[in-house]
Design a protein around this ligand. Sequence first.
Ligand SMILES: NC(=O)c1ccc[n+]([C@@H]2O[C@H](COP(=O)([O-])OP(=O)(O)OC[C@H]3O[C@@H](n4cnc5c(N)ncnc54)[C@H](OP(=O)(O)O)[C@@H]3O)[C@@H](O)[C@H]2O)c1
Length: 233
Amino acid sequence: MMNGKQVLVTGGTGGLGLGVTPLVLAQGAALVTIPYVKAQEVERLKGILSPADRARVRFVEANLADETAVEQLVNGMERVDALIHLVGGFSMGKTHEYAYEQWKRDFDLNLNTAFLACKHSLRRMLEQNYGRIVTVGSRGAVQPGGQLAAYCASKAGVVALTQAIADETKGTNITANVVLPSIIDTPANRAAMGSENAGRWVKPESLGQVICFLASEAAKDLRGAAVPVYGSS
Ligand SMILES: NC(=O)c1ccc[n+]([C@@H]2O[C@H](COP(=O)([O-])OP(=O)(O)OC[C@H]3O[C@@H](n4cnc5c(N)ncnc54)[C@H](OP(=O)(O)O)[C@@H]3O)[C@@H](O)[C@H]2O)c1
């Protein structure tokens, strides 16, 4: 449970966020702060929240790849009890054809946003001597596949970052763990791949249960875990 907690959910309006954000609210979070880039995704999330839940969400326009924006976002929170960092994205291509600009964009989106969100949240958590950090890697971080070098390498970086933080925070009431999803049953994946195999994919709500446990007070002795959440795929 997250009773009374102030939680930063980056990517909280995305496909996975549609499952995670309502769950964080259902688990009793006092206030959920969600940075966003696209206003239409804010409206999509608002559409599935009750008025009472909407009142406990604060949306802040912020680009998480910009350190000043992340610093302001975190400083705007009264406390940062938990960071649930969902921001990330996928792209494919053979390595010998892959544009360096795209490689750098992938690292910005997956690894650099994670670094900035963790860095500034951790600063606040160390002051409070309380915090839970949950990041999102991918199965590809530990089982890299062809045409996915940038995605897999940047997600492997997220795992390493999270485990380094877990090591740095030993002896405190701050933990850091990472989940490794395979394919998530999101609207974007259904649109891209059809729904035939969707029954085998992990539901955002189900992955959300794992994330919320790692973000809860109860998970105080779990540090540096990379948790596979593959469903039946
Ligand atoms: N979908 C899958 O099958 C799958 C599998 C394994 C791992 N994952 C990982 O799970 C996480 C969530 O995936 P998803 O499917 O929910 O992705 P998504 O639908 O594309 O959502 C990504 C979210 O990140 C936000 N975001 C992106 N760039 C941002 C930036 N620079 N600043 C602030 N916010 C930014 C987006 O906000 P805006 O829309 O406002 O830009 C959106 O809310 C990602 O880390 C992804 O790599 C996904």
